[in-house]
Design a protein around this ligand. Structure first.
Ligand code: NAD
Ligand code: TDX
Length: 365
């Protein structure tokens, strides 16, 4: 039986991971530590909130004594560290929070794990898994080979620089103190509970409301898309089969230029409006409701400063050593994701009008 501390478990990937883990390991203990920032949302855990195996703690990863206390009192042996500031555009406007959470926060987690697991020897075996990003490797040209675990770090945004720094700290705690760490560097995720500031959910919500679909620059930047369920399966493989001290790239082998991706999403939306007439009334301001193409909403806007041109992940090490394989094709994943946003309007409407944030502030002071 594994006893996990999942940081950032009320965020997009963390919450998907909590659902995944409780589904595949129903007897395990799962403690979620999350500060419930603008990106954290208890609604993401609504359907599992009454499970006795799950405990939610609102708290900050920089609160080292709190993390130590949780590790001790719950006899936790595994940390899956998702908590982070995750949006590149926000990091450009305000880098400080990224240093505080991603660098200092990760260091606080490492210090707590070292104290309880190595100094106090509270558990027989332990694992500190750090969830990181392909953005630490920088930007690729059109013909460059995909990032491997040996690619030199070259982060370009305050976000990716802060993630790179945290990766280095994790590595150092393994090398210097013998903490049993693993790191996964993953490509762009999408799927349920994705906060509507990121490309795919923003485009879905905007097109449903007939709002412009802003494409940065020429729209030819390439991202390597991975359905979040495949990412969760990949992390599970790392926890079960990965070796301490190792790094694993996790990806989907689904590169797409942003413009092409948004055009595909628009086509998915147009088909959905044809097949589900009730959408016409529900989203009357969408072009699809008038029988027009959603792609007419596409607008090219000013580029993101320092915008990385292309990411692509070579995940052959994880495939070979862990038996990892992405299962969801981009086409299927986009259809399922669009359907999820249609069926779960309560979720994104609550996120966007701030009502969840207000609820959190009254219930979790
Ligand atoms: P997210 O922004 O949706 O969620 C982050 C969560 O962390 C939120 O619940 C937030 O409340 C919590 N948090 C933030 N600061 C905290 C603090 N100081 N203490 C405790 N909790 C705090 O992020 P996400 O997209 O789910 O990403 C999760 C992790 O995966 C991040 O480490 C990110 O770098 C990494 N990652 C994300 C992607 C992606 O495509 N989204 C890809 C690769 C790697
Ligand atoms: O409105 C937009 N228009 C646009 O053209 C937005 C929000 C984005 N974009 C572009 C920028 C990127 O090239 O789309 C691409 C994807 O943008 P984001 O969704 O902001 O993701 P990205 O910057 O690639 O970073 C994401 O993947 C790696 C996550 O946010 C990171 O946390 C993760 O590490």
């Amino acid at each position: 039986m594994t006893r996990l501390l999942i940081t950032g478990g009320a965020g997009f990937i963390g919450a998907n991971f909590v659902h995944h883990w409780l589904g595949t390991h129903p007897a395990d203990r799962v403690v979620v530590l999350d500060a419930l920032t603008y990106a954290g949302n208890l609604a993401n855990l609504e359907s599992v909130k009454d499970r006795p195996e799950l405990r939610f703690v609102r708290g900050d990863i920089r609160d080292t004594p709190l993390v130590e206390q949780l590790l001790r009192e719950e006899r936790l042996d595994t940390i899956v560290h998702f908590a982070a500031e995750s949006h590149v555009d926000r990091s450009i406007h305000g880098p400080d929070a990224f240093i505080e959470t991603n660098v200092q926060g990760t260091h606080s987690m490492l210090k707590a794990a070292r104290t309880v697991w190595l100094t106090e020897r509270a558990v027989r075996e332990h694992r500190f898994h750090h969830v990181s990003t392909d953005e630490v490797y920088g930007s690729l040209g059109p013909e460059d080979p995909a990032f491997t675990e040996a690619t030199r770090y070259a982060p370009n945004s305050p976000y990716s620089a802060s993630k790179a720094a945290s990766d280095h700290l994790v590595r150092a705690y393994h090398h210097t103190y013998g903490l049993a760490t693993t790191i996964s560097n993953c490509s762009n995720n999408y799927g349920p509970f994705h906060f509507p500031e990121k490309l795919i959910p923003l485009m879905i919500v905007n097109l449903l409301h007939g709002r412009a679909l802003p494409i940065y620059g020429d729209g030819r930047n390439v991202r390597d898309w991975l359905h979040v369920s495949d990412h969760c399966r990949g992390i599970e493989r790392v926890l079960e089969r990965g070796k301490p001290g190792e790094v694993y790239n996790i990806g989907g082998g689904a590169e797409s230029e942003n413009l092409a991706l948004v055009e595909t999403l628009c086509a998915v939306a147009d088909r959905a409006f044809q097949q589900r007439p009730e959408l016409i009334e529900a989203f009357a301001s969408s072009p699809a409701a008038r029988g027009e193409k959603s792609a007419t909403l596409i607008q090219f806007v000013k580029d993101r400063p320092g915008h990385d041109r292309r990411y692509a992940i070579d995940c052959s090490k994880a495939e070979r050593e862990l038996g990892y394989k992405a299962e969801v094709t981009l086409e299927r994943g986009l259809q399922d994701t669009f359907a999820w946003y249609l069926d779960q309007q309560w979720w994104w409407r609550g996120v966007m009008d701030g009502s969840y944030q207000r609820w959190i502030e009254t219930h979790y002071r």
